[in-house]
Design a protein around this ligand. Sequence first.
Ligand SMILES: C[S@@+](CC[C@H](N)C(=O)[O-])C[C@H]1O[C@@H](n2cnc3c(N)ncnc32)[C@H](O)[C@@H]1O
Length: 434
Amino acid sequence: MNIRALAAKVLNQVVEQGQSLSQALPSAQQDLNPKDKALLQMLCYGVLRTLPRIDFFCRSLMQKPLKGKQRELHFLILVGFYQLLYTRIPSHAAVGETVNGAKALKKQALKGMINGVLRNFLREQEGLIEKADQQDTLKYCHPSWLVKRLQQAYGEQQAATIMTENNQQAPMWLRVNQTHHNREQYQQLLSEATLPSIVASDTENSNALRLEKATDVYKLPGFTEGWVSVQDGAAQLAAHYLGAQADELILDACAAPGGKTVHALELQPAIKQMVAVDADANRLTRVEENLARLNLKATVIHGDASQPDTWWQGEQFDRILCDAPCSATGVIRRHPDIRWLRRDSDIAELVALQKSILSALWKKLKPGGVLLYATCSILPDENEQQVQRFLESQSDATLIPLSEQYNSVEHGRQLLPNEDAMDGFYYAKLQKAK
Ligand SMILES: C[S@@+](CC[C@H](N)C(=O)[O-])C[C@H]1O[C@@H](n2cnc3c(N)ncnc32)[C@H](O)[C@@H]1O
């Protein structure tokens, strides 16, 4: 299979048919060798990171956009532009392979047209780039609604930094399972396997290592035996902030795929019970897989966190983790498709869902108990404003310090993308009056 043509098909599925990249890419990669797999991933991620910009180049060079049955060819051209602008693939190879992609897409008759557009681009790119840089959406490759929201929340300069960081490749973070090794021991094992790593700068993130270069998980020492998991440094803070204690009843209310559930269990194996709930039955199988690989136990329930009476077992929880469904605007560098799949109108719906989950879960928290609210969003409406509104409506709720180390209580903690190389994330810890 021609990899450029395959990339064009995946991109068409994501951009035109609304499939997520994490659905569309793995099935396209299935029968490929590792080198082609990596190339396909690089092309799909790359085009999605730069979509409006290279789309603008295409529109500028073509009299009529390719539509309907020819739409895949439009994405093939974008794959061509991406290679010419952002990769080290020599131009003659990039053009040649991309033009051949038309044959693989059964549009042999249009090979000449594709060749012409790519060659015109090579001639005219300087002027086109200059024009693109005059518009924020084309310069930063974010949809205009998100540019606006980020500029409103953070001001122009910081929003520009955030968007630039969103377009970087995310590093691979590991969580060392402290029931097997401490972080220094595991770092030694990694270096013996020629996988150099860096310790997280946040002292509280005591299980977190960042690989200098991403690798296949099965190359990680003891991955199958559960010595280590892949989890971003920002997500690892959740279990530390939750601070589960021995004999406590813990709820992870939006648990799938279970990264935070299992981390909380690794940190405190002596809890009374961990209840892991999620509304998505398919994603819950990932929780079961994670528990099995790490040899941990939890009560896994398919349920709606905003309707706990349909699954609640009757005992109030000591601690609740509410890792709420959100815009995922903090993890765009890992999921470049998010910004094209989300719509501005989704934000209000998500804010309403988060509000209903928060207030429903609050009733299931013991007096004196703690609820950790988390999102991988960087939009204040889902984060500090959500918590602020909750505090105003709930007289028995108080914002408390996330931990001894992170003891500012102002608005919780908003991490921005690539802060200390981590994802964008938000945390706030709420305590119920005794
Ligand atoms: C941010 S993800 C959770 C990630 C997870 N905590 C982890 O660390 O692996 C949000 C989850 O909320 C789930 N979800 C969405 N709406 C829900 C609802 N009403 N009740 C329970 N879970 C819900 C989604 O299926 C998704 O798995």
